[in-house]
Design a protein around this ligand. Structure first.
Ligand code: NAP
Length: 166
């Protein structure tokens, strides 16, 4: 299982239950990486999408305690149920896509984290753990900085030295 996100210089990932940046090159990377795969999210992230609808062309699993089951995505009501659901898929094809609470819950189980670093301050109110200070994660790959839509971004891959199994 992997996590995928973009963050600002302070590892901020969101503001007012929305994203801080809309950068086409990052969105393209996210879409190409996750299409055809399984994406795992918390309830707030689903609600942050247009009309609260899941992502197209992906199996969407949402951890949403107390919510009813629905047709357009797989709703699970507890972490135990989430883990049983995730186990049904090939772990290489499962991406944790947020938000802050979901990332924190599953980070130890992720073998890799794909981070698009944006060289800006987004005044976030939601944060990801600073992997540059992590004991478990190390920076395995990093692109050259790319200038796009007025931002400087870098695609980075962090790897987990000690991935936990379910
Ligand atoms: N930069 C990025 O790449 C990126 C990606 C995704 C999201 N985001 C941002 O992240 C922010 C949202 O973060 P968030 O933490 O509020 O959202 P979240 O993780 O999507 O949703 C949190 C909710 O999910 C459920 N949940 C998550 N983990 C749980 C656990 N271990 N046990 C039980 N329930 C759990 C709970 O639902 P209930 O409250 O219903 O019980 C919880 O309140 C937004 O600003 C969003 O835009 C950024």
């Amino acid at each position: 299982m992997k996590a995928i996100l973009h963050c600002d210089k302070e590892w901020g990932i969101g503001k007012k239950n929305g994203l801080m940046f809309s950068i086409p090159a990052d969105m393209k990377f996210f879409r190409e990486t996750t299409t055809g795969k399984t994406v795992v999210m918390g309830s707030n992230t689903l609600l942050s999408f247009p009309n609260g609808k899941p992502l197209k062309n992906r199996t969407n699993i949402v951890l949403w305690p107390g919510a009813e089951k629905r047709e357009d995505c797989i709703v699970v009501n507890s972490l135990e149920e989430l883990i049983e659901e995730i186990k049904k898929y090939n772990s290489d094809d499962v991406y944790v896509i947020g938000g802050a609470m979901m990332y924190k819950t599953l980070l130890d189980y992720c073998s890799e984290v794909l981070v698009t670093k944006v060289n800006a301050i987004g005044n976030a109110d939601a944060f990801f753990e600073n992997l540059d200070k992590s004991e478990n994660f190390y920076l395995a790959e990093e692109s050259e900085p790319i200038e796009t839509n007025g931002y400087l971004i870098k695609f980075c891959t962090y790897k987990n030295k000690n991935t936990k199994e379910f």
